[in-house]
Design a protein around this ligand. Sequence first.
Ligand code: TRH
Length: 369
Amino acid sequence: MTNFTLHCDIFCTVVDNYGDAGVCWRLARQLALEHGWQVRLWIDDAVPLAQLAPGHDAEPVEVRPWPADFPPVAADDIPDVVIEAFACALPARYVETMARRGKKPVWINLDHLSAESWVAECHALPSPHPQLPLVKHFFFPGFTEETGGLLRERDYESRRQAFDEAAFRAEFGLPPRVPGELMLSLFSYPHAPIQALLEALAAADTPVHLLRPGSSEAPNRNGRLHVHPLPFLPQLRYDELLWACDVNFVRGEDSFIRAQWAGKPFVWQIYPQADDVHRMKLDAFLSLYTKVPGQVHRADADDAATDAAALSALTGFWHAWNGDGALAWNRFAAALPRLARHAQAWSKHLSQRPDLTTNLVQFCLERLK
Ligand code: TRH
C-alpha cells in the first residue's frame, strides 16, 4: 500500500437515465471513503446525481461540473489516476496535459457490465494512445474471477443487518406484513409489458403489494393487486426497498447489481441495444445465474428437478419481461421459495470475490509502483 494520498479524476457523461451517474457516484464515494483517495467527479449533468445522492456535498468527493468548453488544467493538477466511465471521451485539452505530466497517470476506461465470456479476455488490456505517450487500460466489471468484479460497499452487510423493515414500512405508509402476501418493487423502462404484469397480478393466486419508486400515480387497488407509489429514493435507501421486498424488478446496470446483493428473487429488464445485442447479454447472464455453484448439484434428485423447474420458470419470465413470450406470473410466483434460496446462494457466491473498487485500487497501485 501507499503511505500517501492518491488523487483521482472520474469523468462521467450522463447519456440517459440514472445509471451513468449512479455507477460513477458509487465508485467515487468508495474510493474516497474506503481507500482514502482524493476524488474529483467531473459530471456533465448534475440533475440525476442530485436525485441519487441529495446530500452529496457532505461527502468527501469533490463534484465538479464538466462544461462543454473544458477549462485549461495545469500539468501538476493532473492526478495519479484518471477514470473515464463508459468510454466517455475525455476533453482533448485535458488528455494533452496528461501527456505532459512527469509520471504519466494511470488511465482507466471503466466499461459496462456484461456476463459474456469475451469480457474476461478484454479485462485489463492496454490500449496505447496513437500519438501521445499515454496508455489507457480497459477495466471491465464482471461476475467471474477473471474480471474486475462488482461494486459493493464494505458496510453493505452491516447496513443490511441494521435495517428495520417495520420502520421502513411505517415511514412510507405501507401496510404491515401479512403472511401469504407478496411485496414487489418495480423499476423498469417504459417499454416493459407493465400493463400485462398489472393485469396478471390483479388476477393472481397470491395478493400482491407493488411498490413503484419514482411514480407519481395515486395509490390504487385492482383485484388482488395494491399499487403503492413511492418517491424516488436516494441511492443507499433504494437498497432498503430491495431488502423489504420479496421480488424486485430492476433494470440497466446498477439496480441490477443491487438486486443481486439483496439476495432476493429478481426480474431484470436489460437496457435495449441496437441489433438485439442485449438479448445475447441477457442469455449470457442467465446461463451464469442459473448455475450457481453448489446449488444445482443436490444430493436428492427430486430437489434437483424442482430447482431446475424453478429456474426454467425464471428464465421464461425474464424472457417475457424483455419482450419475448407471455408473462406466466403464477408459474413464476409458485417457484419463489426455491428462487429465494437460489438468490441467496448467488449473492453469497458473488460476495466472496473482491469488490470492483478494491480490484481497481490494486490495479492502479501496481502500475504506480
Ligand atoms: O437508470 P438506468 O436505466 O441507467 C442506465 C442508463 O440508461 C445508462 O445509459 C446505461 O449505461 C446504464 O443504465 C446501463 O438503470 P440503472 O443502471 O439501474 O441505474 C439506476 C440507478 O438509480 C441505480 O443507481 C439505482 C438508482 N435508484 C435510486 O437511487 N432510487 C430509486 O428510487 C430508484 C428506482 C433507482
